[in-house]
Ligand binder design. Structure first.
Ligand code: F6P
Length: 481
């Protein structure tokens, strides 16, 4: 089997460079080890309709990276437009933020079709295509239109929202019908998979039997594959990174004070405003915690050209400065707020330094920062994870301190509890979470999906074969005399 993995964002795997988003961080080790070809956007665009899409190819461990220049005329409508101003808010149940135009939708479809044409050059008889995330909902259907009959699977890294929110996207029906060209569609959680099945039943009138739906394209399996991390690698990185200059400088600057850490893309789904308000409330309710704990919030900007993201960046900057102005002292800053990315190595060291990890999205497919924070801890003195119950990770990391990110008072109380948790309880909670992480690593996610995809393809082919019936024998006409 030769595997071709496709995602919008890719990473070149330079250990010293920041990686934006959980998807790229998760795919990197599996491409490096499995020898897959990883195809994605180069971040550059090209004018004109190219007959032969241009891809720059370089080695990535045992695999390869193919970076594609996307068509200039459609990139904005595809990425900032339909993918991130219509689909992203809908998938995260923010129907109020959906902004959509027919032009953006057409650009989205054009880029999906463009990617399908580009993938043909990587096709061999034994190729398996694995498409990632909401940027490419229609890519499977485009590949089928080009005659691709190899297994094609899809994994959604975000949540799948309830039917009424999805229907807020005017093109929902065409898109979901196109998705059924995939042999296998994977989700992060049972809730996402159930929402999708309910949409199929109520909106398209298609029922799911034993995880299989039959449509004009044939059969499609839908199933849950919670994504994990490379636990051993991250633990090793954290142990080593504790002596990294950035991490040592942070430790020295703390002067023995405790640290809480949040690391997110600057996105409205991440609950950053509520998190800052919770820290404000905590220092107000417990003035004794001033000077004893500070928050390091890393918020890496992305999708900056979209109005909702620009507004959020301004709101956060204002809020952080208000909270620092209110609780700060001449020699103490309550919140260190950074709008830049850090390498995985440095992040691992920062996580290990922090006594509390705060991962409090309003809604999140999985959230791999939660898993990385746990994997980075010192087994002898682990920190405490404060985790939103609306992150997919909460299904597995259920011995974290689970919070409702809309409840500012509740979060303030929980962070204070985390800071004073006795060692024995911290260890018990952490050991239970580590056992879950080891039982659901990125390697298991990868193997589980690819095996299920190959089986789903075999099942689809079997289901599409005409049922063999016993030959029809014409009845003899009775000849009466
Ligand atoms: O699933 C989350 C996701 O959209 C990924 O597809 C992507 O890698 C990450 O967030 C970062 O988003 P962007 O590439 O738009 O900055």
């Amino acid at each position: 089997m030769s595997l071709v993995v496709v995602s919008n964002r890719i990473t070149r795997g330079n250990a010293n460079e920041p990686i934006t988003g959980g998807l790229a961080a998760a795919l990197l080790p599996i491409v490096e080890k499995s020898g897959a070809i990883w195809v994605g956007s180069s971040g550059r665009v090209r004018d004109g309709v190219q007959k032969e899409p241009f891809a720059e190819i370089e080695a990535l461990g045992a695999g390869a990276l193919a970076m594609l220049d996307l068509p200039a005329a459609h990139y904005g409508g595809y990425y900032e437009g339909f993918a991130n101003s219509a689909l992203w808010p809908a998938l995260h149940s923010r129907a109020d933020l959906i902004r959509v135009s027919q032009g953006d939708y057409l650009s989205y479809r054009e880029v999906n079709a463009f990617m399908a044409r580009a993938l043909l050059r990587f096709r061999k008889p034994d190729t398996v295509f694995w498409i990632q995330d909401y940027h490419f909902l229609a890519l499977g259907a485009e590949l089928r239109d080009l005659g691709v009959d190899q297994p094609v699977g899809f994994f959604l890294h975000t949540p799948w929202a309830p039917r009424d929110v999805i229907e807020g996207v005017p093109h929902h029906r065409e898109l979901v019908e196109a998705m059924l060209a995939y042999d296998l569609i994977g989700f992060q959680t049972d809730d996402d998979c159930e929402n999708f099945a309910r949409y199929l039943a109520s909106t398209l009138g298609l029922s799911v039997n034993d995880g299989v739906v039959t449509s004009q394209h044939g059969t499609t399996r839908i199933a849950v594959f919670p994504i994990g991390i490379d636990v051993e690698k991250f633990t090793r990185q954290a142990t080593k990174a504790i002596s990294h200059p950035d991490v040592s400088r942070l430790r020295r600057s703390l002067n023995g004070e405790k640290l809480a850490i949040g690391v997110d893309r600057l996105d409205y789904s991440k609950g950053l405003v509520n998190r800052i308000k919770a820290f404000d409330r905590m220092w107000t309710l417990h003035p004794s915690l001033a000077r004893t704990v500070s928050l390091l919030q890393i918020a890496t900007p992305s999708r900056g050209g979209i109005e909702a993201y620009g507004n959020l960046q301004n709101e956060l900057a204002r809020l952080v400065s208000e909270v620092n102005g209110l609780h700060g002292e001449v020699d103490w800053t309550p919140i260190r707020y950074l709008n830049k990315g850090f390498s995985q190595t440095v992040l691992a060291g920062l996580y290990r330094t922090a006594q509390v990890g705060v991962v409090t999205p309003l809604h999140d497919g999985m959230n791999l920062v939660a898993k990385e924070y746990v994997a980075a801890q010192n087994p002898a003195d682990p920190g405490v994870l404060v985790l939103s119950k609306f992150a997919g990770a909460a299904n597995e990391l259920d011995t974290a301190l689970l919070v409702n990110p809309h409840d500012i008072d509740g979060m303030a109380r929980t962070i204070a509890t985390a800071l004073s948790m006795p060692l024995i309880e911290r260890r018990m909670r952490w050991e239970a979470m580590m056992a879950k992480l080891k039982g659901g690593s990125i390697q298991q996610w990868f193997t589980g999906f690819v095996e299920a995809l190959q089986k789903a393809r075999v099942d689809r082919e079997a289901a599409s074969r005409p049922v063999s019936r016993p030959p029809f024998i014409w009845p003899l006409r009775s000849v009466s005399g």
